[in-house]
Ligand binder design. Structure first.
Ligand code: ADP
Ligand code: ZN
Length: 432
């Protein structure tokens, strides 16, 4: 079901006009109000008046996650703080989080794109939306919440965790739509089976899954275990949260809400724009956002664009499901983490060497994280009890930094393979 006929089926030439108008206004606004953008544009010798066509976007500098952290917390703010009504931040990345500050209008936009997203699986005002994305600084919970409210559906803001309770609430309240990470949906299915609950008897018709990569095989598994239509939804805090792109009922690539988020695909090495159909790094410009607008944000997500018309009638460009990343970021249980974060923690702990390996696996439906760390000779010669305490100490420190639990295993000195080139820090054996 199409939520917004006008924008979702807009003829391309009209859409381009709309985008260009907004792009010009955006560039002018950030040039005048955000010192970061002014400096970057001045360095490249670009003035707002140089943006005369959508192609001219290529003249503008990129922004990266590092740039965003450097101006933490409010360096990208393009309005008065008094206009900001809500703040969210990205999960567990190195050092400082990335801040997204929303004006009233930004919350309106977010509600709109999430209403479009949920409508793709035919969510209507008669539905009961079981929202198991985390509420809090994380964008998942609130994004779905606003979209469901906009549609007029009933939201159950259960948030993450407490799986047993999730299942009884789902059953008792008659939830008809499920929203959570794809891996958590499988965990729910597993837990239901153990409790003797039968998902085929639940009235759930659709599930909206995102925040982490998943595959076509995993979709099949989810659909058969939970008896619902599984829809891939994509978003990121830097842009708005969930609601940047989503699959329609055809489940054939994700429609990008390009009247708000202008996509480009670039060669991650040269930064050159690539033509449609070519795989590369996804870049977004927020055309309409007021609070913390971004110009040419490099997502590090790999995909390609397809402008063929979709059978659903929507005219927006589609992107293939995310195929990988250009950096070493891991997404474990929906939380982003980098190997360098583990390293930073280890460097502060006595008795261990910064030689480590991270093993990511999926036990049943849930991601598990094990960190193998080399002891130094002194610790190695200590009593077992002392070594076990050390493991607990490191587990605790890692949890503080990464926000997800990991199991720490101390191993003998020199037992982790040394590499001549780039160390192989991560062994990801998840089969997703
Ligand atoms: P969150 O706090 O929701 O994890 P972040 O902004 O920190 O949000 O993470 C966004 C990243 O999550 C994206 O850049 C992408 O790598 C990943 N992601 C989000 N949705 C999907 C999806 N549907 N498929 C694959 N990866 C996704
Ligand atoms: Zn479609």
């Amino acid at each position: 079901m199409i939520w917004n006929e006008q924008f979702e089926t807009m003829p391309t030439n009209e859409l381009r006009k709309f985008q260009l108008q907004n792009l010009k206004e955006l560039v002018l606004r950030v040039y005048n109000r955000v010192p970061f953008y002014k400096e970057q544009m001045d360095k490249k010798g670009i003035k707002p008046s140089d943006i005369k066509s959508l192609e001219d976007i290529q003249k503008l500098p990129f922004i990266t996650k590092t740039d965003m952290r450097d101006v933490y917390p409010y360096g990208l703010l393009a309005t008065d703080m008094s206009e900001i009504v809500e703040i969210h931040a990205s999960s567990g990345t190195t050092g400082k989080p990335v801040v997204d500050a929303y004006t009233q209008k930004d919350i309106e936009i977010w509600s709109e794109v999430m209403a479009r997203t949920l409508s793709m699986g035919d969510t209507t005002k008669s539905d009961i939306v079981h929202n198991a994305y985390g509420y809090g600084l994380f964008t998942g919970g609130f994004g779905v919440h606003y979209g469901a409210r906009k549609i007029g559906a009933t939201v159950i803001p259960i948030s993450g965790g407490n799986t047993k309770r999730q299942l009884s609430v789902m059953k008792d309240f008659g939830s008809s739509v499920l929203t959570c990470t794809p891996s958590y949906s499988l965990y729910l299915a597993e837990a239901a089976r153990e409790l003797g609950l039968d998902f085929s008897k639940f009235p759930i018709k659709a599930g909206f899954f995102g925040a982490e990569p998943w595959s076509e095989n995993m979709r099949k598994e989810i659909e058969s275990k939970l008896h619902l239509k599984a829809i891939d939804i994509y978003g990121l805090t830097e842009i708005i949260g969930p609601g940047v792109a989503a699959e329609c009922e055809c489940q054939d690539m994700l429609h990008i809400f390009e009247d708000h988020f202008y996509p480009e695909i670039i060669d991650p090495v040269t930064g050159q724009q690539l033509e449609d159909g070519k795989e590369g790094e996804l870049v977004f410009t927020t055309l309409t956002k007021e609070g913390t607008p971004v110009i040419r944000y490099r997502t590090r997500d790999i995909t390609y664009l397809n402008r063929e018309k979709c059978r659903c009638g929507r005219t927006s460009v589609r992107m293939h499901r995310i195929m990988g990343r250009t950096d070493d970021m891991l997404i474990v249980r929906g939380v982003n983490l980098f190997p360098s974060q583990v390293e930073q923690v280890l460097l502060k702990i006595d008795g261990v060497e910064p030689h480590y390996q991270i093993l990511v696996d999926r036990k049943g439906a849930l991601d598990s994280l094990e960190v193998r760390v080399e002891m130094n000779e002194t610790l190695f010669s200590d009593e077992i009890r002392y070594i076990e305490n050390k493991e607990k100490e490191i587990e605790h420190a890692l949890k503080e930094e990464l926000l997800v639990h990991s199991k720490v295993k101390l191993v003998e000195p020199k037992s982790i393979e040394r590499s001549e080139g780039k160390a192989k820090r991560v062994i990801d054996v998840r089969n997703i």
